[in-house]
Design a protein around this ligand. Structure first.
Ligand code: GRF
Length: 248
């Protein structure tokens, strides 16, 4: 018999703003630190996102991000991938758990698992991911080191709908940050992450509000097919972020 997901009940709705009819149900999947989860929790709480996080699911029992869900009183579910015989069995359990929470949108926030086509199709056009690069550039891992090695002037992050091909679904919105003289993968990662924390709530709200949706491998925004990703307004702190670094 296959193991079932372990649920740790929280106080549903705490940490989110009051229920509203139009409020979308969000399910957030994490594996690690959960700083993007925290940004989404805050954005739901202060009304920047008209949504409610109904569950946080982790595949790692030790994911530090679970603490954010706990503090906000959001129900957490642990589905440890190591307890399943193969990827298909894990994804079936994950899909069943997700479905039981009836999410309008599944939000991958540092969920370090490659999803099977079966799971992706189950939540087709209802699942988004954030990737630390300006897609289609730098798909895959180690994007900050690879951006530096490539000598690009700009780097950033992208929110895209999830399709069966890794990091390849249609991109909703991007945030660009400059690559500064003297940057290391760590300093560049920190700048990108700060941008991600504004980008993910902004992109999720475009979907929650109904202004953006995906259909037939395209993104539609305000009734028009999106020709290129929306671009997040640069934050003042991003514009200033090269100040104080040495020029080469
Ligand atoms: C983010 O950089 C995101 O782009 C990538 O995984 C990281 C997750 O970070 N998909 P956190 O766990 O949200 O802090």
């Amino acid at each position: 018999m296959m193991p079932g997901p372990e649920a740790a009940a929280g106080v549903a709705g705490a940490g989110n703003r009051g229920a509203q009819d139009s409020e979308k149900r969000l399910a957030v999947l994490i594996s690690g630190r959960g700083s993007n989860l925290k940004a989404l929790i805050d954005a739901c709480a202060d009304g920047r996102v008209n949504g409610r996080i109904v569950v946080v699911i982790s595949n790692r029992p030790s994911a530090p991000g679970l603490a954010h869900a706990r503090e906000a009183g959001i129900p957490q579910v642990l589905i440890d991938h190591r307890r399943y015989p193969d990827r298909e069995a894990f994804d079936r359990a994950l899909g069943d758990s997700l479905a039981s929470h009836q999410p309008d949108l599944v939000v991958l926030a540092g969920f370090m698992r490659v999803l099977t086509p079966g799971l992706v199709r189950r939540f087709e056009n209802r699942m988004v991911n954030i990737h630390p690069s300006l897609l289609p550039d730098l798909r895959g891992l180690d994007t900050h080191a690879r951006a530096l090695a490539a000598g690009v002037a700009h780097h950033g992050a992208s929110v895209h709908f999830v399709t069966t091909e890794l990091d390849s679904g249609p991109v909703v919105m991007q945030a660009r940050v400059p690559v500064c003289p003297g940057d290391t993968p760590e300093t560049l990662a920190a700048r990108v992450q700060a941008a991600e924390h504004r980008l993910y709530p902004a992109a999720v709200e475009m979907i929650c509000s109904g202004r953006v949706h995906a259909a037939s491998d395209n993104i539609w925004c305000d009734g028009q097919r999106l020709e290129r990703p929306l671009l997040l307004d640069p934050a003042p702190e991003t514009k200033k972020s090269c100040v104080g670094t040495t020029s080469s």
